[in-house]
Write a protein that binds this ligand. Sequence first.
Ligand code: FES
Ligand SMILES: [Fe+2]
Length: 310
Amino acid sequence: MSLGPDLPRNWYLLGPSKVLPRGHILSQSIGGRSIVIYRGQDDGRPVAFTAQCAHMGCHLGKGAVVGNSLRCGLHHRLINADGRFERDRNGDLQQETFLVEDFMGGLFVHLGDKAAARPLVELGLQETASCYAGEHAFPLTWQSLVANGLDIDHLSAVHDRTLLGEPLIDWPHPDEFRLRYVTRPSARKVPDRVINWLAPDGIHGSIRGISGTMMLVESRVGSRDTFILMSFCPDDAGGTLIRGLVGIKGSASLTNRISARVARALFKAFLHKDLHVLEGLRWHEPAFEHSFGDRAMRDVASFFRGLPRA
Ligand code: FES
Ligand SMILES: [Fe+2]
């Protein structure tokens, strides 16, 4: 049974903003959509287009940035940031454009109906020190990976976390699924000891599945509020590239920037535990409800099915 769209309408993280300096072009493919993103030479703003030129289909990654426009490599026509072609008085040619934004040090593109795009500032991550957490390719669908992120029962089985009390589930928005919980590490390895020392009352966590392919994990460890924002970018071969930003609430002071890097290392150690067990996973919801986690997973499956496609 289908688990919702292969490519949901959503924002997708393309990498850290600095991968695209002024005057440069980046070519990417997400879920079979080929796009080019360039940064204006003068205004420094990123612009995203469908990769193939509306004139005769040349890949615009072969072009050049001229001022704040993109010049196609094949006939040197100039395409403005709004997708209109220079000197095309009748407006016959229009390059398809996408919303694209620099946000928290990352470069994000929105795929799908622009009018329905939720502003990234609604994530409430302002006033944080953040850093790019890198990318990791998995030969798994985004649904398998996101379902794993929301799978409360695997926290104890795979991640050695003990749940303190029953988690809470709600839908803060029609395209958003949220799980809140308190856990404590049950193993005695170094990262677990560090967390137990920092957070004697447990880790207060919230996981938000946002429009399917974005996940925001916020954790309060002691007096520190950390977050990781993960973007699940479907590749062209049925797998997924996960890219992330990690951060800590507070100003970008040196201490907070160091803490963000510690949070990144702890988070990578956490994810590392998933790698082996997820190999070959083809996720589906459980047929029976034997636990809170089973019920939550069935809710997650219907959440996936209700998502609009890009
Ligand atoms: S194909 Fe792009 S200008 Fe002709
Ligand atoms: Fe996991």
